[in-house]
Ligand binder design. Sequence first.
Ligand SMILES: Cc1cc2nc3c(=O)[nH]c(=O)nc-3n(C[C@H](O)[C@H](O)[C@H](O)COP(=O)(O)OP(=O)(O)OC[C@H]3O[C@@H](n4cnc5c(N)ncnc54)[C@H](O)[C@@H]3O)c2cc1C
Length: 537
Amino acid sequence: MAVREAAREALDAIIVGAGIAGLYQLHRLRELGLRATVIEAAGGIGGTWYWNSYPGARCDIPSMSYSYSFSPELEQEWEWTEKYPAQPEVLRYLEHVAERFDLLRDITLGSRVTAARFDETAARWTVTTDPGGDLTARFLILATGCLSVPKLPETPGLDRYRGRVHLTARWGTGKAGFDGLRVGVIGTGSSGVQVIPVIAEQAAELTVFQRTPSFCIPAGNRPLDAAEVAAMKAGYRQWREAQRTSGFGIPSDPPARSALEVSAAERDAAYQAGWERGDLTSLIGSFTDVLVSREANETAAEFVRAKIRAAVGDPGLANALSPRTYPIGTKRPCLDSGYYATFNKSHVRLVDLRATPLQEFTPAGVRTTQREHELDAIVLATGFDALTGAIAAIDIRGRDGAVLADAWRDGPRNYLGLAVAGFPNLFTVTGPLSPSVLSNMMVSIEQHVEWIAGCIAAMAAAGHRTIEATGRAQDNWVRHVAMVGAVTLFPSADSWYTGANVPGKPRVFLPYLGGVGEYRRACDRVAARGYQGFALA
Ligand SMILES: Cc1cc2nc3c(=O)[nH]c(=O)nc-3n(C[C@H](O)[C@H](O)[C@H](O)COP(=O)(O)OP(=O)(O)OC[C@H]3O[C@@H](n4cnc5c(N)ncnc54)[C@H](O)[C@@H]3O)c2cc1C
């Protein structure tokens, strides 16, 4: 599809991506009276919630918290139906937002941004789109998503396999059925954990290929009742404020005690309460030191392993499903809607790829070091090139022709996770080295979008043409993010937070762990001090 003609007129900003971030950024810039356009590779808006339409796909932050807070009217009129909304409901919500705020007229779908070049004389970005050609704007805002570039398995031979192949992150809109089929699912991260119980209900045989097991907490998903919705809506403003000042964008009482200073019975009672709350953070957040002390962490990990043993009948299978190679919480935990129970079904098998690694795809299925597994369909739930993948995929050239991919060869370098030295007037929404994936992303996205809009408005008011992070501020920020991460157990895990899932990717702990409240204050302070750490011209 051609880039909309209106987009070619003098633009203030080009926004890449029409997910939660790109939609809101467009709205915010329009409110400032700016001309902005959104370029989106997908055939529809919604980003994550467009692409990941696999059966069982579900948000694992409560719906009423994983929703925009910028419009009290929107908050009041939208009716969420479940504690954890399924993908179609989140997508419907985002489509409603796009319609309600008349966003679609400035969004070009089916067009990919392949390159961007900063012209220092004109102080403008020239952005190449495919299809669509070039367009230019003063600002370039990458709302390209932290988890938008799927990662395929390294195992050779996929092109020789003759059965059906599905990628959870590119599922498409057709209803793929698995009735009576022999299905293999590769990957047991969040998407695998969600898709496996649903496919197990249809398939004649389901083989799950697991490299690293996940820690799963029961979701306890349920329909929302009218009274709780009304109560939430009545107190929405206070709730939103609490989200913004919290640690992970989910209000909670901070723990006061170490897991090692209480009795085993007290500890288990606290973990049990977290377990029953059915969310991502309560169990891990029961004590001050679960994410910083190996010994404390092991008490939480063992609590969950005991639950796995209780849920899975076969002790050998329970053992294989129990994570032991990383501390709990340092890889993305999952919410369980029937995952462990699925392994009690006689037609579901687990293949432990640590014991018998995948060797190749064959025309009939996959071969491990032990044997060939014949399969009618393979589902790849193999994760993403997280946080940096979508940015690195664009050929971005800044001042003096500097190439962003080169500047980030040893890991991403930026200031506040928002701007990169040498790349003026370029912003990244929830980029690496910001709280991003270690938060309720709705909260982090809104904060970045609003900060960027505020910055652009302040520049206009002061008559500045360019803003650029200084090298010094950037160095300090990169050091600070690493230092805060190093206090915790996170960097010790081979996870997508550290880039360990992508061969050759530099090992850097990518999100900022300072907490969304602290981080917001830091960003606001920078703005209040006249964009300290930035050069304005
Ligand atoms: C299966 C799944 C479940 C998740 N569940 C949760 C959850 O429960 N809670 C939570 O907080 N977060 C969750 N996330 C993270 C989720 O990505 C964010 O919450 C949020 O949706 C991100 O919005 P975004 O707009 O920043 O990025 P995205 O939704 O990823 O949108 C980015 C868009 O940019 C487009 N794009 C990228 N590069 C280009 C290019 N070069 N040219 C044109 N278009 C481009 C992509 O096609 C995409 O549509 C989940 C992610 C996945 C994959």
